[in-house]
Design a binder for this molecule. Structure first.
Ligand code: SF4
Ligand code: SF4
Length: 207
């Protein structure tokens, strides 16, 4: 449509609502009456009734549908894949990771970096282990592939950080030794059985 056609288009056929600008109220009282008449309609009272109804149900019947985050948190599924945790052996307290490197190799975001070395007893130990949570997509492959159930996804889902990339070191994710008793286990393939505590036996020294 050309500009000329646009200017001359027939707007009368398109149901435009024309404003009555000839009869604008001049006095304050008339302007107040016009504003009042336009604002106070039956829908307003219906909305207020709904609001008061919800308020009364919340105050007197305890039907609250919101929580006071961050003071309250909704429970998440045990299968939820949040920030990683490194587990310890319940028996000895040593970390379970054997440094096999499978988690590093399977990680599709390439956000796990690790290194191992031999300790004084010629046993392999993890010397470096970091996860870049700025790149992790929480796919769960690392936890899925771990043969020792050493790395799992925990329930800490608040990952906000001042930096775009936030790294976690092995020690950050490892269960603190004084919290070993309350270390959570996760059901799944190869997981520790629920009565694992009952089955733990001390290895005899003269074995
Ligand atoms: S959850 Fe996925 S992306 Fe994140 S560290 Fe594990 S394998 Fe890598
Ligand atoms: S966390 Fe598991 S998969 Fe990764 S190096 Fe340790 S034992 Fe291997």
């Amino acid at each position: 449509m050309s500009l000329e056609q646009f200017k001359n288009r027939n707007i009368g056929e398109q149901n435009y609502k024309m404003l009555d600008i000839e009869h604008r109220p001049e006095k304050s009282w008339d302007r107040f009456k016009q504003a009042f008449g336009r604002s106070i309609k039956i829908e307003l009272f219906i909305g207020l009734a709904v609001t008061f109804g919800i308020m009364i149900r919340t105050l007197f019947r305890g039907e609250t549908h919101t929580i006071r985050y961050p003071f309250e948190k909704i429970p998440i599924s045990r299968r939820y894949r949040a920030i990683h945790e490194m587990k310890r052996l319940l028996e000895s307290g040593n970390y379970r990771c054997i440094g096999c490197g499978l988690c590093e190799k399977i990680c599709i975001s390439k956000c796990i970096a690790m290194d191992t070395r031999y300790d004084e007893n010629q046993r392999k130990e993890v010397s470096e282990y970091t996860i870049n949570f700025g790149r992790c997509i929480f796919c769960g492959y690392c936890a899925e592939v771990c043969p020792e159930l050493a790395i799992v996804h925990g329930d800490r889902y608040e990952t906000a950080s001042e930096q775009r990339a936030s790294f976690a070191l092995f020690e950050d994710m490892l269960t603190p030794i004084d919290k070993l008793k309350s270390q959570k286990e996760y059901p799944g393939f190869g997981a520790v059985s629920p009565n694992a505590d009952d089955n733990i036996k001390k290895t005899p020294l003269a074995y």
